[in-house]
Design a protein around this ligand. Structure first.
Ligand code: NAD
Length: 357
């Protein structure tokens, strides 16, 4: 098969980590008989410098024609003083909106070989952890009606959480699809003991799953309990679906228990199979151009693209197995280095992962 991938390398370490991921995709393609065609397009600070805008029309146009999109990272000191609507990050928000992406999937994976990096006790994490949070991205309190005023001489402000059945069903579909390919257990997080929007959330997720994914068991968990359980017993989680605000908070908590930002990937999806795949970290200007950046988060993002946009699960598994093997053999980039391991550059790490596919 032939796949067309738009590459938005961006700024800072973006180009280096994308180069590593593309190398791994090419090797996987050779091994499994696929051709990946890459088209490089400007975004972020690099696009400001080249075209005067963080998201040129050509980038949007080509992304919408591609089979999927790989993103490095945007931003850097050079553009820090620009007005908010002209900053590199605006390119990221713009491309998500243009592609109609309403879900964000962030797997917080702790690899058994890196268990020492977790701030949790070793007995809780010795077998590794993988918590996949599916967060609704375009609704809820961040986009609801809001306002402020003055009453009896005192200032007040308010925000509203509003979800429609349609918005809940479409995120439930993405979470159920993922859960049905994995443990077939989906934890749906809400605050249904207090919030009306959460009660609709709960009812809709159950009805949707029962009708379309009868093989997936839906388990409800209140958000306060979830925050506690992530640090108490992280191994109980597989796929978790939740609203925009709860997902924002819980995905950062889950990422933190893995202890390593250079290892975590994320994807954003909408209707259809085209998605935007990226590492969760930023452009790390402090280490850019030094071949110090860990490419694994971006390689995992590329692997997620194969599984979730192109339905190439065996290819995903091959990349993950290769990363596992390289880590088990003791190779580490500087950010995950421990005493007794073999320190390698970012490009060497990408090459080792290619060699083991
Ligand atoms: P950052 O994630 O870029 O860096 C935080 C720390 O983690 C730094 O010390 C960095 O060296 C390290 N780090 C990050 N990725 C690494 C990797 N792959 N390997 C090794 N070490 C790594 O966050 P920041 O410093 O707050 O932000 C830097 C720039 O990135 C800012 O301009 C910010 O706006 C932007 N940013 C972009 C995105 C994005 O493109 N999605 C996300 C977050 C921040």
């Amino acid at each position: 098969m032939n796949y067309n991938i738009a590459v938005l390398a961006g700024d800072g370490i973006g180009p280096e980590i994308c180069t590593g991921a593309i190398k791994v995709l090419n090797k996987t393609g050779q091994k499994f008989g696929h051709t990946f065609n890459f088209e490089y397009l400007p975004i972020g600070g690099a696009a400001i410098d080249a075209c005067g805008t963080p998201l040129p029309d050509i980038t949007v146009e080509k992304c919408l024609k591609s089979d999927s999109v790989l993103l490095g990272a945007v931003g850097g000191y050079k553009w820090d003083d620009m007005p908010v609507d002209k900053r590199p990050e605006k390119g990221l928000l713009g491309i998500r909106k243009a592609m109609g992406l309403y879900s964000n999937i962030r797997p917080a994976k702790l690899w058994p070989s890196l268990a020492a990096a977790s701030p949790l006790k070793s007995e809780l994490v010795k077998n590794g952890i993988e918590i996949i949070i599916v967060r609704e991205l375009t609704g809820g309190i961040y986009f609801g009606e809001r306002g402020s005023g003055k009453e009896n001489g005192e200032e007040f402000a308010w925000d509203t959480e509003k979800y429609s059945v349609h918005e809940i069903e479409r995120i439930a579909r993405i979470a159920c699809e993922l859960a049905s390919k994995r443990s077939k257990r989906l934890i749906s997080v809400d605050k249904a003991n207090v919030l009306a929007s959460s009660r609709l959330w709960r009812k809709t997720v159950h009805e949707y799953a029962a009708k379309h994914f009868p093989d997936v068991e839906v388990v409800d968990m209140l958000v306060d309990n979830t925050a506690m359980q992530i640090v108490k017993n992280p191994a109980q989680f597989d796929v978790v679906v939740t609203s925009n605000m709860f997902g924002d908070i819980l995905s950062d908590e889950a990422a933190q228990v893995t202890g390593s930002i250079g290892m975590l990937a994320s994807s954003s999806l909408g209707d259809g199979t085209r998605g935007l795949y990226e590492p969760i970290h930023g452009s790390a200007p402090d280490i850019a151009g030094k071949d110090l950046a860990n490419p694994i988060a971006t390689i995992l993002a590329a692997a997620m693209m194969l599984r979730d946009s192109f339905a190439l699960s065996k290819e995903y598994d091959a990349i993950v197995a290769s990363i596992e093997k390289v880590l088990k053999s003791g190779f580490r980039t500087a950010d995950i280095y421990e005493e007794g391991c073999k320190k390698v550059k970012g490009s060497e790490m990408a090459q080792l992962i290619c060699d083991n596919i």
